[in-house]
Design a protein around this ligand. Structure first.
Ligand code: PEP
Ligand code: MN
Length: 274
C-alpha cells in the first residue's frame, strides 16, 4: 500500500476514522515548549524556567527519566529532579511536559502534559491507558514510522473521545550524515490535511544540531505547525545529554520571538484548504 492510499487501510474503511474526523479549530495561541533535554540540577532548571517564561513560553519540558539510544546515556527515573522541575514551573507560571515510559508512570506523574516518546509510539497498551487521561498527551512520531502508522497510533488515543492530543514531528532516520535525524516537513503538512489535531515541530531531535534548530523550527511553522518544542541549555556543550542539539539559553528569547512572528503571519491563513 502506498502513502497515496493513506485514507484507506483495508477495503473502503479508513484505519483512523476518528483522527480523520476531528475538525480543526482556530488556535488562539502558538504552543511553545522549551527546556533542557535532561533535568540536571535545581539551579539549572530554575534558571532555564525563568528565561523561557520571561520569553513568553508557556510549557516547560525536561527529561527526568533518561533512556538514551545506547545504555550509557540512560540513568532511569530521578524523582527529586522531577520535583525540581515541577517547583520551578509553578514559580514561573509554566506548565510541565514530561515523558511517560510505561503505564505505571501515568498516575504517578506530576506533569501537566504527558509525552509519548518516539520509541514508544506504537506501545498500544500505553496509548490505550493514556486515552483515558484528562491531561493533554503529546504523541511523537517514531523516526522510522510512516504517516499512516503515526495516524494509526494517534487513533488509539482519540477513538474513545479524547481530543487534547498533540502530534509531534521529530525527524526520521536518514542516510544523510550531516544530521542525526532529518525533520520530515512533509509529515507536518500532511498531518494538517489529515486531521484537526494540533501539530508540533521538534527541530532539536529533528536535526540533532543546534545551528539547524531555528531554521527548521521556522520551516515546520511555515508548513502549518501550531507550535514547537526546543531543547535549550545554559551551557549547551556541557549538556549531559543531546549536547550537540542544545540551543543556547541566551539566544532562546530571540528564537521564540522569531518563531512567534512567523506563526502570527500565517495565523489568518490557517483555515485555508487546497
Ligand atoms: C524527548 O523529547 O525528550 C525525546 C527523548 O525525544 P524522542 O522521543 O523524539 O527521541
Ligand atoms: Mn533530547
Amino acid at each position: 500500500m502506498t502513502e497515496q492510499n493513506i485514507h484507506r487501510a483495508w477495503g473502503p474503511e479508513p484505519r483512523y476514522p476518528t483522527v480523520a474526523s476531528i475538525e480543526r479549530s482556530t488556535a488562539s495561541e502558538m504552543i511553545a515548549i522549551a527546556g533542557p533535554c535532561s533535568v540536571e540540577s535545581k539551579k539549572q532548571i530554575e534558571e532555564i524556567a525563568r528565561v523561557v517564561a520571561d520569553a513568553g513560553c508557556k510549557y516547560f519540558r525536561g527529561g527526568t527519566f533518561r533512556a538514551g539510544t545506547y545504555p550509557p546515556a540512560a540513568f532511569g527515573l530521578v524523582r527529586h529532579l522531577r520535583d525540581y522541575m515541577a517547583e520551578a514551573a509553578v514559580k514561573h507560571g509554566l506548565k510541565t511536559v514530561m515523558e511517560v515510559f510505561d503505564v505505571r508512570q501515568i498516575e504517578d506523574s506530576p506533569a501537566d502534559v504527558l509525552q509519548v516518546g518516539a520509541r514508544r509510539m506504537q506501545d498500544y497498551v500505553l496509548l490505550n491507558e493514556l486515552s483515558k487521561q484528562k491531561r493533554p498527551v503529546i504523541l511523537k512520531r517514531h523516526m522510522g514510522s510512516t504517516l499512516a502508522e503515526f495516524l494509526g497510533a494517534a487513533e488509539y488515543l482519540v477513538r474513545g473521545g479524547k481530543r487534547n492530543v498533540w502530534l509531534m514531528e521529530r525527524g526520521s532516520s536518514t542516510h544523510m550524515t550531516h544530521v542525526r535525524w532529518d525533520l520530515s516537513v512533509s509529515v507536518i503538512a500532511m498531518l494538517k490535511q489529515t486531521t484537526g489535531l494540533p501539530v508540533l515541530v521538534d527541530a532539536s531531535h529533528g536535526s540533532g544540531r543546534r545551528d539547524l534548530v531555528l531554521p527548521l523550527t521556522l520551516a515546520g511553522i511555515a508548513a502549518g505547525a501550531d507550535g514547537y518544542m526546543v531543547e535549550t541549555h545554559l551551557q549547551p556543550e556541557r549538556s549531559l545529554s543531546d549536547a550537540e542539539q542544545a540551543y543556547p539559553l541566551k539566544d532562546y528569547p530571540a528564537l521564540h520571538a522569531e518563531v512567534l512572528a512567523l506563526w502570527q503571519f500565517y495565523k489568518p491563513k490557517r483555515r485555508r484548504t487546497v
